[in-house]
Design a protein around this ligand. Sequence first.
Ligand code: AVI
Length: 318
Amino acid sequence: MATTAEKTGEGALVDPDFRADVLRGLAATPRAIPARWFYDRRGSELFEEITDVPEYYPTRTEAALLDAIGPAVARATGKGRAVVEFGSGSSAKTPRLLSAIAPAAYVPIDISGDFLRDSAAELAQAFPGLAVHPVEANFMAPVPLPDAVADLPKLGFFPGSTIGNMTARAAVDLLRTMRDSLGEGAHLLIGIDRVKEPAVLEAAYDDAQGVTAAFNLNLLTRINRELNGDIPVDAFRHRAIWNADIERIEMHLEATRDMRFTVEGERFSMQAGETIHTENSHKYTLSGARVLLRAGGWTVLDTWSDADDRFALFLAEA
Ligand code: AVI
């Protein structure tokens, strides 16, 4: 019997964690649902589309930086290492790093086995001679690495400013966990989005084509489909707000009229203007990022940023 999912009458799978987070989050004050639930199949496709919209600068800025700094990372971390990527997903940025530093092994870690196997197979084909050891795991907890890389020096890779989707406290815990997973003497290459003018940030999270809006609203569609809900999706609008005090972009879903709906048989009501908080994307100054890394047990060896001071990559040592 499956322990992480229950069968519903229609044979669809209900993830009990999703159910619990949504029911708790809709009843809470203020209402909030964790951002991890954005990523069903459609949500993952929409996120890929976001990375291509003109206003969303992080992906292309980081990619260009990676191309530029690859040789410096190779020099700093030495030969014969194993690159360990946390939350590899579709591994879009990995080929850039692998070409630059030619590691002995690559260990992608991801919670989604399907994604992981597909992208691992693609990379193994693109880099003949590279030993690829995929690990299906939640990297928020310590991950035992495959025996095959036990004796190799490790370079952790955590691109995309995913760390920004956590509170600073959770980010510190994760950095410590990564240090435990990688072991003594490891290096970490991490991408972190920088604090900048609010207009640039708000446009990046509310693009003119409405792709980010569709990504946010898809959460409601997912709830309706997977949790037997009747939320009037059309009566919500996407909001992206810069919270200057906490230095983060907040995404919300705002009710445009008073409404009632049910999810999993539970009744909810919202008034016009009320929101469901769906994501935080924390931004860091260079010094703030160094403090964060230090608190997580990492010493920064090198920092690189683009000419417009938008995005930074940090190479740190355990
Ligand atoms: C995955 N994560 C780093 C993205 C971000 O920028 O916080 C998620 C995202 N949300 C809206 N646009 C992109």
